[in-house]
Design a protein around this ligand. Structure first.
Ligand SMILES: N[C@@H](CCC(=O)N[C@@H](CS)C(=O)NCC(=O)O)C(=O)O
Length: 210
């Protein structure tokens, strides 16, 4: 398997966590987002969106981290990253979607670049934008985790919700977002990121970090 990513990409970080939790060996190819390498024709031949990650696996190229997480779960069911009951699975997917569909797209590099280049936002305004959407999502997740978490975001084992949440908190910490209003969320994140699989997936531990 080959993971096309970038050390600081939150979406690639999600996939690295799931691969590590499932004990799957893989190689990494980096695409430097600082130089727009992900937009090159060569990479677009793999992922027409020009976004990381993409996972080369079983002779195919898989894109979109939520779809890749689901594929990993179906192809490598153990250890499970979704609970058994259909309703519980939906709760976990809803938590993951809160990050992947409602927070991350608003804070993505190309959005932030557009805000700066096309709409003239300065650094302080960008920081406020990031904090606003992360805060909205984290406030909802705080309630959901208080309701469903028993150590992790949902239940007492890691799920795809934790795979999405931990990278989002990494981003929040980078952008100095106040996390003190979310104690349940942070307890779940701290529990998850103490695990070796989460540590192995951390941006600073990747070969292209720096
Ligand atoms: N929904 C996509 C988002 C992918 C995405 O936006 N990746 C970012 C890095 S985290 C990226 O490649 N950004 C480059 C850009 O914005 O041009 C997924 O989850 O895979």
């Amino acid at each position: 398997m080959i993971l096309h990513g970038y050390w600081r990409s939150g979406a690639a970080y999600r996939v690295r966590i799931a691969l590590a939790l499932k004990g799957i060996a893989y190689e990494q190819v980096t695409h430097d987002l600082r130089t727009d390498a992900q937009a090159s024709d060569a990479y677009r031949a793999l992922n027409p969106q020009g976004l990381v990650p993409a996972l080369e696996a079983d002779g195919d190229v898989l894109t979109q981290s939520p779809a890749i997480l689901e594929w990993l779960e179906e192809r490598y069911p153990s250890p499970a990253l979704l609970p058994e009951a259909a309703t519980d699975r939906t709760v976990v997917r809803a938590m993951a979607a809160t990050v992947a569909c409602d927070i991350h797209p608003l804070n993505n590099l190309r959005v932030v670049q557009a805000l700066q280049r096309d709409f003239g936002l300065d650094a302080a305004a960008v920081q406020a934008w990031m904090a606003r959407w992360m805060g909205d999502g984290f406030a909802a997740l705080e309630v959901m985790i208080a309701r469903h978490g028993r150590g992790f975001a949902f239940g007492d084992t890691p799920t795809i919700a934790d795979c999405c949440l931990v990278p989002q908190v990494y981003s929040a910490e980078r952008f100095a977002v106040d996390l003190t209003p979310y104690p349940q969320l942070m307890a779940a994140v701290d529990r998850a990121r103490a695990l070796p699989a989460f540590q192995a997936a951390h941006p600073d531990r990747q070969p292209d970090a720096g």
